[in-house]
Design a protein around this ligand. Structure first.
Ligand SMILES: NC(=O)C1=CN([C@@H]2O[C@H](COP(=O)(O)OP(=O)(O)OC[C@H]3O[C@@H](n4cnc5c(N)ncnc54)[C@H](OP(=O)(O)O)[C@@H]3O)[C@@H](O)[C@H]2O)C=CC1
Ligand SMILES: CC(C)(CO)C(=O)C(=O)O
Length: 366
């Protein structure tokens, strides 16, 4: 299949390498075009680590070209870029053209669904709880792939197109997807915000000093206990919603291939095996700038709606806001755009299931 990847960072490069390796064709686009400049001149993308090879993904010069030239689209950049790129691609998406979001953040699938409903168009929008590959971008022609996850939770909006959504994911990335019970479950399946809260909070001076530090090693017993406690808040909300989501122990076990143990012990094992990764070497990291407004805040809102207050998550939003001198609670463009603060739990559940209504006029005009 031809896959248009929106984004040109670590995950976009990793996905391009994965897809080309699997016999598909990948094309990359990001709004600034900065990170695709070298690939656009014909230089090869070199993947190393859990996936090795030399590939030649195409580069699109515009959002329109990316959408029109490909069968499927994949959004692979941090949540703070999602609204802008959804606004850029939505005018060109055609009926039935699947869109995958990796990782899904803050009900972005609903925002894109609404943009398309306004055009009278319905497509499978597949929200992924995380990424298939993990890794970094050592240079603008390299994808360092640290892991290829064996399981990724997914759900499609609208749910009536779940079979199509799942089938596209499997065709592209193989048999590794776990169909979850709607995007509310996916919203509660992304463990990065809670995990990165503990990791960033407890290593902030390392980040500010620009140190290179081993992430797994620094999930010490106290940090691990904080992550486990944050996890209990997320699981309590999922239980209140009657949803099954993976817990933090399954997450580390399935994503990083280590035996189940305490969170700290699993991270120490990942470090011993050379797969513990490195933490952010700057305070200007998506561990905070993405995960606080687009992750922690969303869990806080779901905690309020379900009567299971996520007090540690809420403390995270407040503490990071104080540290950074920013109001992270005001930075979530996606929740504002779907009017989250005015939604009842019932309406949110219905939107998560069916998406926004397509008016007869819009359908007739499309
Ligand atoms: N890397 C990993 O191992 C993991 C990543 N994830 C998640 O996957 C997603 C992608 O992560 P990753 O690829 O590492 O992130 P990167 O920081 O590497 O993504 C960089 C890309 O984001 C684009 N971008 C940044 N800001 C904006 C903006 N305001 N508007 C539009 N585009 C923007 C950049 O544009 P430009 O090209 O113009 O610079 C670039 O294409 C994130 O949600 C992350 O949390 C989850 C688990 C693991
Ligand atoms: C490094 C890893 C895999 C765990 O924190 C990650 O999730 C990220 O980079 O966002």
């Amino acid at each position: 299949m031809k896959v248009g990847i929106v984004g040109a960072g670590s995950i976009a490069f990793g996905a391009a390498a994965y897809l080309e390796n699997a016999g598909h064709r990948a094309m990359l686009w990001s709004p600034s075009g900065e990170r695709t400049k070298r690939l656009a001149t014909g230089e090869a993308l070199i993947a190393s680590g859990a996936l090795e090879g030399t590939f030649h993904p195409a580069v699109a010069g515009s959002a329109q070209q990316l959408v029109e030239a490909n069968d499927v689209l994949m959004i692979a950049l941090p949540g703070y870029g999602h609204k802008a790129v959804m606004d850029a691609i939505a005018p060109f998406i055609r009926e039935g053209q699947a869109v995958l979001i990796s990782s899904h953040a803050s009900f972005g699938a609903l925002y894109l669904n609404r943009l398309l409903a306004e055009r009278g168009i319905v497509v499978p929008i597949v929200a992924w709880g995380t990424t298939v590959t993990t890794g970094r971008q050592p240079s603008l022609v390299e994808a360092q792939v640290n892991t290829v996850r064996s399981k990724v939770d997914v759900a499609t909006v609208p749910e009536s197109l779940s079979a199509e959504g799942l089938s596209v994911c499997q065709t592209l990335f193989g048999d590794r997807f776990v169909q979850r019970d709607g995007i509310l479950a996916i919203a509660l399946s992304n463990l990065n915000p809670q995990n990165h809260m503990g990791i960033a909070l407890c290593n902030m001076t390392r980040m500010e000093h620009g140190e290179t530090w081993p992430q797994g090693l620094n999930v010490t017993p106290n940090v691990g206990r904080l992550l486990e406690e944050l996890d209990r808040e997320r699981i309590a909300i999922a239980e209140a919603l009657g949803l099954k989501v993976r817990d933090i122990f399954e997450h580390f076990h399935l994503s990083f291939h280590v035996p189940k143990d305490s969170v700290s012990a699993m991270n120490q094992e990942m470090h011993r095996e050379g797969r513990g990764g490195t933490g952010p070497a700057t305070a200007d990291s998506r561990y905070v700038t993405e995960d606080v407004p687009f992750g922690l805040l969303m869990t806080v809102k779901l905690g309020e709606l379900t009567g299971r207050p996520a007090v540690l998550h809420d403390a995270g939003v407040r503490i990071f806001s104080a540290m950074y001198g920013r109001d992270f609670a005001a930075e979530n463009t996606l929740l504002d755009a779907i009017g989250m603060s005015d939604l009842s739990l019932e309406r949110l559940r219905q939107l998560a299931r069916d998406g926004f209504e397509v008016s007869t006029e819009a359908r007739a005009a499309s």
